[in-house]
Design a protein around this ligand. Structure first.
Ligand code: UDP
Length: 237
């Protein structure tokens, strides 16, 4: 399928129109950003790995009952997706303490949480994606209570699916970010959108804690490309 006009260019992806008004093409770039675009770089072939990883994982969660925007993988870097009106609330799930949670709570990374935490963030780079809560999201018209409840339910389901998927591959799913949107072509139905990749998930090898995600780039740990390639390999197999 030929892509049409560019609709949007983000940090890691470009969205194009297609000849079907209900579909977009997501093109995965090699560009990487961290700390809300304060650190920029490229990760060789990241777009190819992420398209492959996300295609596989979105198919898996869809198969297990979470509706997503995924239609099909078109090429190395292109994915056909359903057009969504993205909800500007990022949903972060946490199973193990890491990143901003460790910082916010003044604790070390690494401990498993007694219960999974759901954090909501406003999707706004200029404001550094501030932490918000459900009342704030509703008060500012970002989503309805019903949508937020549905997002939470889907997010927990995705967590269950991916935790066991990665556990079988000797990986701990530490935390991850999801985005949802409304699909006008399906009567405003809530679908999981965006991507599921090492850019937005933390993956630690069981036992060793070796990081296989964007923290290798954020923290200059080296072997960044190798980590993405390794995740792609184990996801595809
Ligand atoms: N995350 C993301 N986009 C963001 C913020 C976080 O994809 O704008 C992901 C991140 O990769 C991690 C999880 O959400 O898997 C939790 O991130 P955290 O809040 O700890 O923030 P960070 O430490 O990445 O700043």
């Amino acid at each position: 399928m030929e892509h049409g006009k560019q609709v949007y260019e983000g940090k890691a992806k470009i969205i194009y129109e297609t000849d079907n008004p209900d579909y977009y093409i997501q093109f995965f770039k090699d560009d990487a950003s961290a700390f809300n675009a304060k650190k920029l770089g490229t990760i060789e072939s990241k777009g190819v790995f992420n398209n492959s990883i996300s295609s596989r994982l979105l198919q898996e969660v869809e198969r297990q009952g979470v509706p997503t925007h995924f239609v099909e993988k078109l090429s190395e870097r292109e994915m056909l997706v359903k057009k969504l009106d993205i909800i500007l609330v990022e949903v972060v799930l946490r199973n193990i303490i890491a990143g901003s949670l460790a910082k916010r709570m003044g604790v070390e990374e690494g401990a498993r949480l007694p219960n999974t935490i759901v954090d909501l963030h406003l999707k706004n780079d200029e404001l550094d994606d501030p932490l918000i809560n459900e009342d704030t999201a509703v008060a500012f018209g970002l989503a309805t209570r019903e949508e937020l409840a549905q997002m939470r339910e889907y997010a927990f389901k995705v967590n269950d699916i991916l935790t066991s998927f990665f556990s079988e591959r000797n990986i701990d799913l530490v935390d991850f970010k999801l985005e949802f949107g409304r699909c006008a072509a399906e009567g405003g139905k809530l679908l999981l959108g965006d991507e599921i990749t090492p850019d937005g998930c933390r993956f630690w090898e069981k036992g060793t804690g070796r990081k296989l995600d964007k923290d290798r780039f954020r923290r200059d740990l080296g072997q960044v490309e190798d980590a993405y390639a390794e995740v792609e390999k184990l996801v595809i197999e």
